[in-house]
Ligand binder design. Sequence first.
Ligand code: NDP
Length: 231
Amino acid sequence: MPSVLITGSNRGLGLEWSRQYAKASWRVFATCRHPEEADELRQLAETCRTVSLHRLDVTDADQISALANELEHEPIDVLLNNAGVYYEKYAPLEAPLDYQAWTHTFQVNTMAALRMAKTFIGNLALSEKRLVVAISSHMGSIAEIDHPGSYFYRSSKAALNAVMKGLSLELKPLNIGVLLLHPGWVRTRMGGPDAPLLPEESVRGMRKLIDEFTISNTARFFRYNGTEIPW
Ligand code: NDP
């Protein structure tokens, strides 16, 4: 049975990843910051025995270590760095720059993905698929910047792309791949109610890319529908 470890799986795309992989009979290590409040995820774990729920704030090094200890010897086919934050929607440009929010954006969107990958390399190496996925954004593509704003988010995702491309060179000799995915504009709390895509379709598309992944595609950056995004 293939397995996936998902961050930020209590809502939005993370919840949908958990649902679809559970339905496909994968072993799902679903993580979130507050399992006691994650009603839909808890319900999924109660009805599907291949899903387990684990506490994880991706900015908390102690919680990451505790999870690594708990999952020691467990093969993880796909490490899915999904958790993300986007503050600027709530902070207009005229407002003073909130450096604390910018720092936190980097901690969640960029630094955590590398820390997770380094921590779980041993688990990936025990698996067949051996793949690190980073949910990036086309807003992290410097080539695609066509309007001002979203500086915290854009810089954090551009940095994520750079980090993951570098990491792919370190992991390739170990036959561990890295895949960067843009989910499209999706109707979640982050995407908002006007987003045209539903999580079901976005995740279905991204799962297909994961299924089709081979190491020759390592460090490529795709939209959910398979089109490639320039850096
Ligand atoms: P949501 O805002 O709906 O969900 C974000 C998830 O991240 C929540 O589960 C949240 O948990 C979790 N999270 C935030 N901070 C932390 C943390 N410190 N530790 C662990 N989990 C955390 O967003 P989406 O589902 O839309 O986004 C998922 C990913 O897709 C993100 O990386 C995002 O950048 C990316 N993306 C989304 C797009 C969209 O249109 N929706 C477009 C492009 C990219 P909690 O409930 O505890 O806050």
